[in-house]
Design a protein around this ligand. Structure first.
Ligand code: GTP
Ligand code: MG
Length: 322
């Protein structure tokens, strides 16, 4: 572990890849690693990029990378695929779409399948994100297809959320899922080469009027882009940077606390589910038949988790002292 840390801090990309694999695998030592990395710089700008399948998120990301690289910023991309573990289609496509940056050492692209994480982010996503931050990237782009819970989740994890919409297929704001308008700090109306982009912009503007706001509120910026040609990309980055200015240190801190909340709740959820699996049917039957209430079972599960956790943290603290 010490060897890995040393290489990681020296900027060794293989150490970065190993650290990510360790966290992805859920290895208990990954906690140790994450704790050790906690002290390293955390100045990355985390951009969440979400939207319907095929909206152009990967193409936009590829163009954003190019603009950031021209500014000499180092960029990491974490592409999260919440679809079935067998598809791999989006991931393969991303290799092709972001392939031109393959040789560039200032760019790191990694894909993660979420393998049934309830349509939300993969368990390890935030862990991997902290690793990328600790490695010293200036920007981290989290790309996720907007299905299920993943868009809402991405907004909890990112500093800036870009919602990618398109006029293709006659998308109309009325058809959007509840809560989706609120998550966007910036709207990218992509495929602006297709008729209907202006109408979509007007619809978004009208819908935004309904969001609760006061004089301090951020008015989500709407940027028209053509990802396939790169048109509007500098403006998109400008909008993201304007949002950062608006947030300021205090606003950014609030976002990061929100991320920590998301992490904690996810960790509890995973821990308790793991224990629940061991006697799931019995527990379900007890609640269903009225023998126990859900609250009683919940407390039992938490008590069991605590028992397991105590012995585990003793080991962990011991390891760190070595
Ligand atoms: N006409 C037009 N096509 C675009 C534009 N941006 C992207 N596309 C095309 O749209 C298709 C989907 O683009 P992607 O970047 O893969 O979209 P995505 O949102 O990453 O897709 P998933 O990851 O599968 O959800 C590709 O064929 C792109 O070439 C655009 O501005 N205009
Ligand atoms: Mg994609």
């Amino acid at each position: 572990m010490q060897d890995l840390l040393k290489k990681f801090q020296a900027g060794d990309e293989r150490a970065l890849a190993r650290a990510i694999t360790l966290v992805e695998s859920g290895n208990p030592r990954s906690d140790e690693l994450l704790a050790a990395l906690r002290g390293l710089s955390r100045s990355a700008v985390v951009i969440g990029m979400t939207g319907a399948p095929g909206a152009g998120k990967s193409t936009l990301t590829d163009q954003l990378i190019a603009v950031c690289r021209a500014r000499n910023e180092r960029v990491a991309v974490l592409a999260i695929d919440p679809s079935s573990p067998f598809s791999g289609g989006a991931i393969l496509g991303d290799r092709i779409r972001m392939g031109r940056h393959y040789q560039d050492r200032g760019v790191f692209v990694r894909s993660m399948a979420t393998r049934g994480a309830l349509g939300g982010l993969a368990k390890a996503t935030v862990g991997v994100l902290s690793i990328l931050e600790a490695f010293g990237f200036d920007r981290v782009i989290l790309e996720t297809v907007g299905v299920g819970q993943s868009e809402i989740d991405i907004a909890r994890v990112a500093d800036h959320t870009v919602l990618v919409l398109t006029p293709a297929g006659g998308d109309s704001v009325q058809a959007f899922k509840a809560g989706i308008m609120e998550i966007a700090d910036v709207f990218a109306v992509n495929k602006a080469d297709i008729p209907g982009a202006d109408r979509l912009v007007r619809e978004i503007q009208a819908a935004l009027e309904f969001n609760p706001h006061d004089e301090f509120s951020w008015w989500a910026k709407i940027v028209q882009t053509i990802a396939s040609t790169g048109q509007g990309i500098p403006e998109l980055l400008e909008a993201i940077d304007a949002h950062r200015l608006h947030l300021g240190e205090a606003g950014l801190q609030t976002r990061r606390l929100e991320r920590a909340r998301f992490e904690i709740i996810n960790a509890i959820n995973d821990e308790v589910r793991g224990i629940m699996k061991q006697s799931e049917l019995e527990l379900l039957m007890r609640v269903q038949s009225g023998e126990s209430t859900a609250n009683m079972v919940a407390r039992e599960l938490i008590a069991a988790a605590l028992e397991k956790e105590t012995s585990y943290s003793t080991i962990r603290v011991h390891n760190l002292d070595e």
